[in-house]
Design a protein around this ligand. Sequence first.
Ligand SMILES: C[S@@+](CC[C@H](N)C(=O)[O-])C[C@H]1O[C@@H](n2cnc3c(N)ncnc32)[C@H](O)[C@@H]1O
Length: 257
Amino acid sequence: MTHLHAANIAVRREYGDKARAAEALAIRLKLPLIDVADVGGATLMLEYRDGRLALCDYRTPRAKPLFVDIGARIRRYRSLPAPKRGPLARAIGRRTRSIVDATAGWGQDLGMFVAMGYAVTAVERSPVIAALLADGLARLAVDTELRGPIELPRLVVADAVHFFAGLGQPPDCIYMDPMFPPKRKQSTLAKRRLRVLRQLVGDGADCRQLLASALGTARNRVVVKRPDDAPPVAGQPRETYTGKLVRYDVYQPGRRC
Ligand SMILES: C[S@@+](CC[C@H](N)C(=O)[O-])C[C@H]1O[C@@H](n2cnc3c(N)ncnc32)[C@H](O)[C@@H]1O
């Protein structure tokens, strides 16, 4: 399955101040631009809702639109930079300053890295998800409350394996969160985010290749997020940190796995 547009997706034609933006988006992503009355075969629609780019699932009309909200993640912390505590921060390591989030997705882990004050590059290969991320980052950039205390991440729209191949300065840490089956205990919203992602980008069957490439690139460590009951992506991690529903497997660069 291609990671480009696996699902049947279109951009909704807008008539207000977002008319140009919607047209440009449809051209850039090579997606049809349609009126909402002509939804037809499109099951997913990119559309502007309250000034935010959102992904709407037209098969379940009552489902809330999905959008990237990095600011909401950051606001969960009482102070910024947020304390580097808990299994994720321990997996990332005390000496880490720079992180490449190789699978940025909905930007939720990215928000935690930004809140904790790391210098982050976010990589996402699905152009649709990357457009949602870019919109979320643009809103973060004009968030007067947050833009002082945080460092804005850089977004790269590419396959991380290709991005690593052209990278000059290696990051201290590479983080990856490949697709995995929804967990029973996850919230409904988390399950929907995963279901829609799977429709768009497939099931992450190439994550071993991504791990191998990350191990040949990172300076200090590669961290892989896994469901707590799933086997490691490959080999034996050097360390493992367990959270509520997930664990973080830490690998040492330069080692084959
Ligand atoms: C499970 S989601 C990540 C969710 C993310 N950690 C979050 O907190 O929202 C996996 C994402 O990684 C992207 N992805 C998978 N393999 C990739 C690769 N080799 N390069 C770039 N992006 C990749 C997929 O397109 C998908 O958006």
